[in-house]
Ligand binder design. Structure first.
Ligand code: PRX
Length: 654
């Protein structure tokens, strides 16, 4: 069995030697104060994983304690078996009924500049009322509710109200188009949609309700729609189906106790891209997810009562679920939500928000950092940024230059930077420095969190030597792991658990250095990461092929300075069609309309043929090379028709 993987994705040339020890004054106050303390905690979690997780779980409120911590029949898992818990209770009631009732839970800023503050007591009141609204619409435990909103406090209220009842929420990112909404609503047979009239983005209104209306033409399961009035623009309300949020809330009873839910009752479904055209709905359950989002927030962001925490992710992605809403509120910490674009009205908007609200912990994505670098240092320089004490990054590998810029220009060289690796599937941060304990290195997510057993292995499942690239796997189950793919347990099993028996395959490449620090190297499958968001190449290909003029399409990622990866599409046309610049634009617009702007190809290249193996598989590796470097130098011995290469080279660039 070979220990080196000859996969271009897995060869790493990055050698970064800078190391930053935790600042002593930070470490002194941190939850975990030294490397030794981290190592002891980690060792404990290895020696007695169930004891470790049970101790963490006891920090939360359970209506009934569990009888067994873990039941593990790979890949099927149950955590805190028999325990009864409610995540909404832990995120809201515990604080509203305790000493934090007047403390701000949600601090919201709209793009036009309005500010709203909801205390834990106010959030409690709103969530109870909205849970009663849902009940009034006949929604009960186990029902699926789609949420398609902008970043408003009502979005968080909607999530929490579902969690309170045990209704399963399925949040669909507000940037997705109607078509994507249809697929997701139908896959889970959602009975209701919660939306808003519109949302502000870069001064323009995104007409969410109109998109819902278009989608619902094709979704027969949806019986009710609740519309929060945000922008005040005109929308069509369908009688009997559509309800204004403010009207139903005005009539709702004030009290709604949190349901004691089974630890393994589903909490939400969240769709993410895979290697096929069909998005997969990952299912997260209640108890384990509550426990691990709680502890990872506490340890990685080193949360304290006085923090004002801001994660810039949209709640449409898993980062927003775990680290805008659930993990942060469970810690009783103020979470800031911002509605709009980071560069509106000017590219210093984020830095202004940090100063205005005295944000102390800031969590964003490498793509945003790279955009800020491009906009220029003058924007952060306009602001003090002295409230910040910790910076985080998530979504894709962060290049050392961006990491250093973030540290120096935003953190003013005094804030630790935590690069956090995790996935929709993992539910919580898995690999990241504990900022008071673990020295950081630009570009490294450093060490697994206590309770997380990560390794880098060959395709045969053997550990690779220090410094060599391999596949990142998890050797043991963890509480917030996804339990299945909605309606498709076989796909869950085959995709994540069959390549290396007993281990979870993340789909990412990584290496571990001599200090035991992890360096993430990107995806090893046909998934591309555009601005920190995962897109399956197949999804974009399916959209392209659905266009009447397209015969065949292959989509690959190529490196992009700002977005991490850009989308390059190679397209062959139906017999009589002529390749024209207009058609290129048409195809780009088509994909935007089918999936959303995120998936719009950056390059469209028309070609007469695609490179295929004798068994008919498209050789994306060659296309990746061509799209990235303009050349094909790699091994072409398995190619069916060598003349394709010459024809591909002639394909005109987008
Ligand atoms: O490839 C990894 C990359 O994002 C993927 C997960 O995407 P998603 O499920 O959309 O969740 C994003 C937010 C957790 C991973 O498989 N990724 C995420 N964080 C990092 C990362 N790659 C390198 N370093 C990271 N810190």
């Amino acid at each position: 069995m070979s220990t080196t993987l000859h996969d271009p994705n897995l060869s790493s040339t990055l050698r970064e030697h800078r190391v930053f020890a935790p600042p002593p004054e930070f470490a002194a106050k941190a939850h975990v104060k030294s490397l030794e303390e981290y190592e002891a905690l980690y060792q404990r979690s290895l020696d007695d994983p169930e004891g470790y997780w049970a101790d963490v779980a006891r920090e939360l409120h359970w209506f009934t304690p569990w009888t067994k911590v873990l039941e593990w029949n790979p890949p099927w898992v149950k955590w805190f078996v028999g325990g009864k818990i409610n995540l909404c209770y832990n995120a809201v009631d515990r604080h509203a009924l305790g000493g934090r009732k007047d403390k701000t839970a949600i601090l919201w800023e709209g793009e036009p500049g309005e500010v709203r503050r909801l205390s834990f007591a106010e959030l409690h009141a709103e969530v109870q009322k909205f849970a009663n609204v849902l009940k009034g619409l006949g929604i009960k435990k186990g029902d699926r509710v789609a949420i398609y909103m902008g970043m408003t406090p009502e979005l968080a209220i909607a999530l929490l109200a579902c969690a309170r009842l045990g209704a399963i929420h399925s949040v669909i990112f507000g940037g997705f188009a109607a078509h994507a909404l249809v697929d997701r609503i139908n896959d889970a047979a959602c009975c209701a949609v919660i939306t808003q009239d519109g949302s502000w983005r870069r001064g323009q209104e995104v007409h969410l309700k109109a998109i819902v209306d278009e989608a619902l033409e094709k979704c027969s399961s949806v019986k009710s729609v609740v519309v929060y009035r945000r922008t005040g623009s005109e929308v069509t309300m369908r009688k009997g189906r559509d309800h204004w949020w403010h009207e139903v809330m005005a009539k709702a009873a004030p009290e709604c106790p949190a349901e004691p839910l089974d630890s393994e009752d589903p909490l939400y479904i969240l769709y993410t891209s895979g290697t096929t055209g069909k998005p997969k709905g990952l299912v997260h359950t209640t108890g384990g997810y509550a426990v691990q989002t709680y502890i990872s927030s506490k340890l990685v962001f080193d949360l304290r009562d006085e923090d004002v925490y801001w994660c810039t992710a949209d709640v449409g992605w898993v980062t927003g679920h775990s680290y805008v809403v659930y993990g942060i509120l469970q810690n009783g910490v103020t979470t800031l939500m911002y509605e709009g674009a980071p560069n509106y009205p000017e590219p210093d908007r984020m830095w202004k928000i940090i100063d205005d609200h005295k944000v102390s912990v800031f969590y964003t994505a490498p793509t945003a950092i790279r955009a800020c670098i491009k906009w220029g240092d003058q924007y952060p320089q306009r602001h003090k940024l002295d409230s910040l004490r910790l910076l985080g990054s998530v979504g894709e590998p962060i290049n050392p230059e961006a990491w250093m810029w973030y540290r120096e220009k935003i953190g003013r060289s005094k804030c630790p930077v935590v690069d956090t690796w995790w996935q929709t599937e993992t539910g919580s941060i898995m690999i990241a420095p504990l900022p008071g304990a673990i020295p950081t290195k630009p570009g490294s997510a450093t060490r697994p969190l206590p309770g997380v057993v990560a390794e880098v292995v060959t395709r045969g499942g053997q550990p690779v030597p220090v410094g060599s690239g391999g596949l990142l796997v998890m050797r043991r189950p963890w509480p917030s792991m996804a339990r299945t793919i909605y309606n498709d347990p076989e796909r869950y099993q085959s995709q994540y658990w069959s390549a290396i028996p007993g281990s979870y395959l993340s789909g990412d490449g990584a290496r571990i250095d001599q200090d035991g620090d992890f360096w993430l190297m990107g995806r090893v499958d046909d998934v591309i990461n555009v601005s920190g968001h995962r897109l399956g190449t197949m999804e974009v290909e399916s959209a392209l092929v659905a266009h009447p003029k397209v015969a065949e399409a292959a989509v690959v990622g190529r490196p992009d300075e700002l977005k991490g990866q850009a989308i390059a599409a190679f397209v062959t046309l139906e017999g009589s069609q002529k390749p024209t610049p207009e058609l290129k634009q048409e195809l780009r617009a088509w994909v935007t309309q089918q999936i959303g702007a995120l998936a719009r190809p950056d390059d469209v290249r028309f070609t007469q043929a695609l490179p295929k193996t004798r068994s008919g598989k498209i050789m994306r590796r060659l296309l990746r090379e061509l799209a990235s470097s303009g050349e094909i130098k790699g091994d072409i011995s398995t190619l069916e028709d060598f003349s394709v290469i010459a024809r591909l080279r002639e394909s005109d660039e987008g």
